[in-house]
Design a protein around this ligand. Sequence first.
Ligand code: CP
Length: 314
Amino acid sequence: MAFEHRNLIDLREYSAEDIALILDTAERFRAINERRIKKVPVLKGYTVVNMFNEPSTRTRSSFEIAEKRLSCDTLNFGGTSTSTVKGESLDDTVATLASYKIDLIVVRDAHAGAPYKVAQKSGVSVIDAGDGKHQHPTQALLDLFSLRQAKGRIDGLHVGIVGDIGHSRVCGSLCPALKTMGARVTLIAPQTLLPADPATLGADAVTSDLDAALPELDAVYLLRIQQERLEGAPFPSLREYSMLYGMNRDRERLMKPDAILCHPGPLNRGVEIDAYLADHPERSVILDQVYAGVLVRMAALYLMLGGSEDGFAA
Ligand code: CP
């Protein structure tokens, strides 16, 4: 099947077949990542710019590793080390980068919609690495990959997404992508952390009662409380939130015996999850998600840039 997307900005534009192709390609890259020499020449000669205008640990580092393992040339750029601090606009910054005859820009930005603007101005492919409260498509892809790996399927799974849904770009991509792949989704949050119209996310159910929902779930996906995006929203104290929604040893007893715990990171240990569950060898797939980030980002870059098969199995 051919991959025909120029950009990866909004996963709602991707079919189940498109998503399955990315996950299957990521699976092919797993074999490469488990060899001693983890590098293949499939994107040799391509130039990728990583423009991170907002902090990141996982997304930035895994994109850089993915690009190196695909043999791309990369430029790491963004934030306060650029001439934006002297007043240069995003448009002029992007036009400057595009003049270097680059092939793809990975964009993280605090402003929702910035990746569209970058795609329009640059004329090259863009991958959204998280924009404001809007989308985080490669996070959703790595989550799907991890769920499929842990549970053997996505279709028919019941996934509960718990926490700060109203401010979450992760949920903005993950909820619709889970629905595209045939999962059942329940959103679980206090009323004040839900979007004004939760139905727009396409979930099957919405509840504020985590303890009632837990026994039904195959996977519990915890979101970080995004204090940087609360913008004065009425919010219980972190202690109260943790009492009502934090996953801990007591709540683990309400989970199905084989249910798993996912989290996109960064973790607020002691708020949405305690250390016992964050590091639980059977329940937690958090570090598997981090590793899947390299695999799905290799797959997305490879498919979007039309990489060569030569050397794939070398
Ligand atoms: N999950 C995620 O986007 O983490 P970073 O902010 O560390 O990239």
